[in-house]
Design a protein around this ligand. Structure first.
Ligand SMILES: NC(=O)c1ccc[n+]([C@@H]2O[C@H](COP(=O)([O-])OP(=O)(O)OC[C@H]3O[C@@H](n4cnc5c(N)ncnc54)[C@H](O)[C@@H]3O)[C@@H](O)[C@H]2O)c1
Length: 252
């Protein structure tokens, strides 16, 4: 029960990595605030957690809107008076295209959710964590925050931004007992990355992507959740500013 009595926020917890991470924190005793733009998915996660005896509430949020992010953190403060752990995980993939053909709209949307959303959330979270004198934040970046990924310029730019923001904020608050890290997942089987859909789009692509990963498989969301929990636990007490690949050896 590593996170007993802890208040944990997970954005984008209505699906995929966020949902599995929310479950993992709840299993360790945390009270988990589920935040997502998708009300149905978010409520489902809360129902799943409470059915298993965990504690959870849902707050609908569009992380790309500052008013929403402000309201989310105000609501947490009013209800619980603190925020111990924040996982800024909400993200979108965008529409794949080569750079000269990529749309301006795709750039704006991907940057607004994946990069600006993380800034808005960290801004509010750090204000609260400074008041209470402690906290841990993990941002979900990507291996696309560490290297290029052809046909995904906006996504790659947004995830490099997440890595840069993580390192900068980590340095700013290192002496304030607030640790800030990022995980950089490789392809993880979720609705955002579905190998079956991928295979229908382009036969053989799924195997080609797998073959580039030394472990020769895609990740399971629980492997991301376990890493996030470790980064937020006291076992990682001297770890801050890390953009940690969780990638079966890909970036090696
Ligand atoms: N799946 C992968 O292969 C993979 C790899 C690297 C990084 N990631 C990152 O992991 C994170 C989670 O992705 P996932 O694979 O679980 O995807 P997912 O689509 O299953 O979950 C993403 C969640 O974010 C929510 N969301 C989207 N826009 C939002 C917004 N504006 N405000 C609030 N919530 C919003 C969605 O409703 C959804 O519930 C993302 O940041 C993604 O970029 C995923």
């Amino acid at each position: 029960m590593e996170f007993k009595e802890k208040i944990v926020l997970v954005t984008g917890a209505g699906s995929g990595i966020g949902r599995v991470t929310a479950h993992a924190f709840a299993k360790e005793g945390g009270t988990v605030v589920i935040s997502d733009i998708n009300e149905k998915g978010g409520q489902e996660t809360v129902e799943q957690i409470t059915a298993l005896g965990g504690k959870s509430i849902f707050i609908k949020t569009n992380v790309a809107k500052f008013e929403d992010v402000e309201a989310l953190h105000k609501a947490i403060k009013e209800k619980y008076g603190r925020l111990d752990v924040a996982i800024n995980n909400a993200g979108i993939g965008g529409v794949p295209a080569r750079t000269h053909e990529a749309s301006l709209d795709n750039w704006d949307k991907v940057m607004a959710v994946n990069a600006t959303g993380v800034f808005y959330c960290m801004k509010m979270q750090i204000q609260q964590m400074l008041t209470q004198g402690s906290g841990a934040i993990v941002n979900t970046a990507s291996i696309a925050g560490l290297r290029g990924l052809p046909n995904n310029l906006a996504y790659v730019a947004s995830k490099h931004a997440v890595v840069g923001m993580t390192k900068t904020a980590a340095m700013e608050y290192a002496r304030k007992n607030i640790r800030i890290n990022a995980i950089c997942p490789v392809f993880t089987v979720t609705p955002l990355f579905d190998p079956e859909v991928m295979e229908k789009l382009s036969a053989g692509l799924s195997n080609k992507l797998k073959s580039g990963i030394p472990m020769k498989r895609f990740a399971d969301p629980i492997e991301m959740a376990n890493t996030i929990l470790w980064l937020c636990s006291d076992k990682a007490s001297f770890v801050t500013g890390l953009a940690m690949p969780v990638d079966g050896g890909l970036t090696a």
